[in-house]
Design a binder for this molecule. Structure first.
Ligand code: 5AD
Length: 348
């Protein structure tokens, strides 16, 4: 594409919120569009979701996982990880603290751990809901019936990244799992009335501008409410330990295009981005993102929820983080959004 063509492609995305696969590929292959794309995404963000940034309180409640995703430190086969499970009361206590710090959404994230049966989760979710916060679950693939019960317990949202929509690539990195099953989970969650979050792992060995463009078209097709776009970070305790990390620039361009195509979606600036590059999260907040997930887990668990090495913020103090973000966002001309932070479908 010539500069002129690229410029008009960005303009088209900003006006129509539609791009063809070929256009997305062209934007992903052209590093010099990064700043223009980010500027357009930042304007779209402002217009559709405003300057408020939703802060979510994240509780990483178990690092046991029965899956074997090739990239993830929590994979069952990783014997070098110290495993932990928080007790129900510990989870509830962290949720109370999160509420006291001012968070209005609690995200319960964990590996796929059957110890946390549907009944156990039902109990935990019901008690947290009694605190008058929104609850987001991120507990992987479960049956329609489980998702239904958890919705009845009061869960509002669910995060389940598709990681990649490419069949062959999905199969290569997720032994014993299937892309169809994952898509079905997302469909079930939508049908049950959850706000649904998904997203890509960017720079997964074997991905390409084409596979990432297809991911974006899939997000648009299912009208995802939330989109977590994070770079792959090699973990030495996994089979992909020697691979190279996802690119910051590709991640940023992908996030910006995501904002342009799904203007009202809630899009976090991820911890993985901050781990890849210090200050990276702030850059994403100026490139289309409007959400930050702040880890409120305490004690040794913070360190052992090790999806990838060098995770940013492991030694931060949960009680300090909200104030820190208030200050930081103010200095960026932004502010902490009030309320539970549902997707706002009416533009500002
Ligand atoms: N690098 C970056 N992100 C990872 N995740 C898991 N392992 C890694 C890794 N090595 C992401 C996956 C998952 C989310 C909870 O963490 O995308 O969906």
């Amino acid at each position: 594409m010539t500069d002129k063509e690229i410029f008009s492609t960005i303009e088209k995305a900003a006006i129509t919120h539609e791009l063809s696969k070929g256009e997305i590929v062209a934007l992903l292959q052209c590093k010099r569009v990064e700043e223009d794309l980010a500027a357009a995404a930042d304007l779209t963000r402002k217009k559709f979701v405003g300057d408020g940034v939703h802060l979510r309180g994240l509780i990483e409640f178990t690092n046991y996982c029965k899956r074997s995703c090739a990239y993830c430190g929590l994979r069952a086969a990783n014997k070098r990880l110290t495993r932990y499970r928080l007790k129900d009361e510990e989870i509830l206590n962290l949720a109370k603290k999160a509420k006291a710090y001012g968070y209005e959404t609690v995200v319960l994230q964990g590996g796929e751990d059957d110890f946390f049966s549907c009944d156990r989760l039902f109990n935990i979710v019901s008690k947290i809901k009694a605190l008058d916060v929104a609850v987001t679950l991120s507990v992987g693939e479960r049956s329609f019936e489980d998702y239904k019960k958890l919705k009845e317990a009061g869960a509002d949202r669910f995060l389940l990244r598709i990681e990649t929509t490419n069949q062959a690539l999905y199969a290569r990195h997720h032994q014993g799992m299937s892309l169809e099953a994952r898509k079905r989970c997302l469909e079930n969650l939508k049908e049950l009335g959850y706000e649904v979050g998904t997203g890509s792992l960017i720079g997964l060995p074997g991905d390409s501008a084409e596979t990432l463009a297809e991911d974006l078209l899939f997000f648009k097709e299912i009208d995802a409410d939330m989109l977590g776009m994070g770079p792959f970070l090699p973990n030495p305790d996994t089979p992909l330990g020697a691979e190279k990390a996802g690119s910051f620039s590709v991640t940023r361009r992908l996030l910006s295009i995501t904002r342009l195509l799904l203007p009202t979606a809630n899009i976090p600036a991820t911890t993985a981005v901050e781990t890849l590059r210090e200050g990276g999260r702030d850059i994403m907040l100026n490139s289309g993102a409007n959400v930050v997930m702040s880890n409120v887990t305490e004690g040794a668990a913070r360190e052992f929820y090790a999806l990838y090495p060098g995770k940013s913020g492991v030694h931060d103090k949960p009680e300090d983080m909200r104030g820190m973000w208030e200050e930081k966002l103010k200095s960026m001309g932004r502010f902490v959004a009030k309320g539970k932070g549902f997707r706002n479908l009416t533009p500002y």
